[in-house]
Design a protein around this ligand. Structure first.
Ligand SMILES: [Zn+2]
Length: 431
């Protein structure tokens, strides 16, 4: 039997709500006509980019794969480094297992993949705010040298300067690689811009439609590249997202709340002196970390305080979980003792400075984003999963499933198994 191939086109912040419009676009349409889908994919908790990308390729929740946040958060380090390196993931990825099974592998702009053992690897690793002309400094040693030698001289320009665009770079590499290597067996191609557009403009608007059109054009180029230079008939194509987003109207500065109630001490400039409980933002959810979790009395005091906040409509807290509850219910482990989330979608800020508007909320007009994520997996918007190819049935629609099932299902398309994972194979959609 001829070896099957897999090409995953991942759109950051692709929402279930996008499906109706995608049906009208020439390339996404092929998935509805020829393949199967899961309408609602519940991400892992938190629905954050890096934890979810790790879930997509490992089949595991954050506690098991080891990447619970984009950044390695700590109370001491406000500018915490991001989880850039593959070594942060504590288990196999589908790329590891594919390679062990004799497949060639290629990963483009996937988070947490620095220095991964992938044949052709270009990780998402240049810092978000970098606008200089030497992105190579971040790619050397973390990307495959062969890939840099072959392509950086001609496509590196896309990721230089203030208007750099990672999606252009990723697409230029993807098409060249499909042509030059006759399509690596397993390819991950990750796009960023839909997420950016949603953060800036909100989840539903014409900017989002315009961006989906661009992604449809990119998909068309990938499909045509595979037709011309790869093995189209033997390829399973997958379109998926890492999380949805939710529109937000306010940001609660939880550390100001903790400070006003005596759990945080600062100097007159708002610099942290000491704390009993501190908030890390995961955008639409927040982690409360105790300085001394062994102090049962303080633990119970903070827990009661959070439950009281939930009862006070001023704060719009809808969910309070203990460390044990998020571990049992969502497989989430991290530097946290409690997790809280808004009743209505609400972002969490971490400033320690006094605010004069409504005491604890960020002043109107100062929100960084109109929409965001980091929320509980079951809350709208969810993301979605579309597939077609030789291993995929035609016309099956699963209404709801989980992100952790994607890696085992994609592995099954290739004919191997992901062992000891939280997720399971979605056999209903497979031939
Ligand atoms: Zn994302």
């Amino acid at each position: 039997m001829k070896k099957k191939k897999l090409l995953v086109f991942c759109l950051d912040a692709l929402c279930t709500d996008d499906l109706e419009f995608m049906k009208t676009l020439p390339n996404f349409k092929l998935f509805f006509e020829n393949g199967s889908m899961v309408r609602h994919i519940e991400p892992i908790y938190p629905s954050f980019t890096y934890p979810c990308h790790c879930a997509i390729i490992t089949g595991n929740n954050a506690g098991k794969h080891g990447v619970p946040h984009n950044a390695i958060v700590s109370v001491e380090d406000e500018d915490a480094p991001w989880y850039n390196m593959r070594s942060s993931i504590k288990c196999d990825t589908i790329m590891d297992v594919a390679k062990r099974n004799g497949f060639s592998t290629c990963s483009l702009s996937w988070p947490v993949s620095g220095a991964a053992d992938i044949d052709l690897n270009m990780p998402m690793i240049v810092p978000l705010n970098y606008s200089g002309y030497n992105p190579l400094q971040f790619l050397e040693g973390t990307s495959t040298q062969e890939l840099l030698d072959r392509y950086y001289w001609k496509h590196g320009r896309y990721i230089k300067g203030k208007d750099r665009n990672l999606d252009l770079y990723t697409m230029a590499l993807a098409t060249d690689i499909i042509q030059d290597y006759h399509q690596p067996d397993v390819m991950l191609v990750k796009m960023c811009d839909l997420d950016t557009v949603r953060h800036i403009h909100g989840i539903k608007n014409d900017f989002v439609k315009e961006q989906l059109r661009k992604h449809d054009e990119e998909l068309g180029v990938l499909l045509e590249s595979v037709k011309r230079y790869g093995d189209y008939e033997n390829t399973n194509f997958v379109v998926l997202g890492d999380h949805g987003q939710q529109d937000i109207t306010k940001t609660l500065n939880m550390n100001v709340v903790l400070k006003e109630n005596g759990f945080i001490r600062t100097d007159e400039n708002g610099k942290l002196i000491d704390y009993d409980a501190y908030c890390h933002s995961v955008s639409l959810s927040a982690w409360i970390q105790l300085k001394n979790p062994e102090d049962k009395e303080m633990h119970d005091k903070v827990y009661k305080f959070l439950l009281d906040l939930k009862d006070d409509p001023t704060y719009n807290i809808g969910y309070v979980f203990t460390k044990q509850e998020v571990k049992d219910q969502y497989g989430l482990e991290g530097p946290l003792d409690f997790v809280i989330e808004g009743k209505e979608p609400m972002a969490f800020g971490t400033t320690l400075r006094e605010l004069d508007f409504f005491r604890v909320y960020l002043p109107e007009g100062q929100h960084a984003n109109k929409a965001s994520h980091g929320h509980l997996p079951f809350r709208d918007e969810t993301t979605t999963f579309l597939a077609f190819g030789p291993s995929v049935k035609q016309g099956v629609v699963i209404e709801r499933s989980k992100m952790i099932n994607e890696a085992p299902t994609m592995a099954a398309m290739l004919g191997f198994e992901m062992e000891n994972v939280d997720g399971e194979v979605l056999t209903e959609i497979l031939r």
